[in-house]
Design a protein around this ligand. Structure first.
Ligand code: SF4
Length: 194
């Protein structure tokens, strides 16, 4: 039997410790196996399960369930949207969707926030003296457009990069792509392409 090789090392604190390559390798294999198993579970969507009847009980007595898709990328994961008086009030992952099979990424899991989050931006804000101040759409458009036109005049259309937010839907991303093309550049990226 081959002799076990023990490697000695010195920690930054000055304390000596030993590395047994056989044990280190065994630990690594165990961690790798666990990560592989968890990744497989996540990909197969088995980490999520359908909510039980108790959790599903709705406070919205007049609501209806609409089967739809997440619009944040071209995968099109399935969503059950609960709608009351034409307002989206709750969402549930569609366990029976043929593509996503009950799985969502974080964007889809929070898709409803685009509609009813209290933090949603509803009007333009401008930072003045360290504070965000509400301004009119006219002021925002005038200031942004004149700055953009200045840059274009001085440095050309490629001096601007159009970057889409992670909360841009695929349809909004399409329009953004068109805008960049009209502007005259290919410097454009957004979440729907990734
Ligand atoms: S953004 Fe996420 S949840 Fe939405 S369709 Fe794409 S992968 Fe699915």
């Amino acid at each position: 039997m081959a002799a076990r090789k023990i490697i000695s090392r010195k920690a930054p604190s000055g304390r000596k410790f030993t590395l047994n390559p056989k044990v280190a390798r065994r630990s690594f294999m165990k961690i790798a196996a666990a990560v592989t198993a968890l990744t497989g579970l996540a990909l197969s969507g088995r980490l999520t399960k359908e909510a039980e009847a108790k959790a599903k009980k709705s406070p919205y007595s007049q609501s209806k369930i609409v089967r739809t898709i997440c619009t944040y990328c071209s995968v099109g994961c399935g969503i059950y949207a609960e709608v009351e008086n034409d307002v989206w009030v709750r969402q549930e992952i569609a366990q029976d969707h043929p593509v996503s099979r009950g799985g969502h990424c974080c964007k889809g899991a929070g898709a409803i926030d685009m509609v009813n989050s209290e933090k949603r931006l509803k009007y333009p804000l401008k930072r003045q003296n360290g504070r965000w101040v509400k301004i009119s759409w006219e002021q925002a458009m005038d200031e942004i457009c004149s700055k953009l036109l200045d840059i274009r005049k001085k440095y050309g259309p490629d001096a601007v990069h159009w970057n889409g937010s992670a909360k841009v839907s695929t349809e909004m991303a399409y329009l953004q792509r068109k805008l960049a093309a009209f502007w005259g550049t290919n410097n454009i990226d957004h979440q729907a392409r990734i």
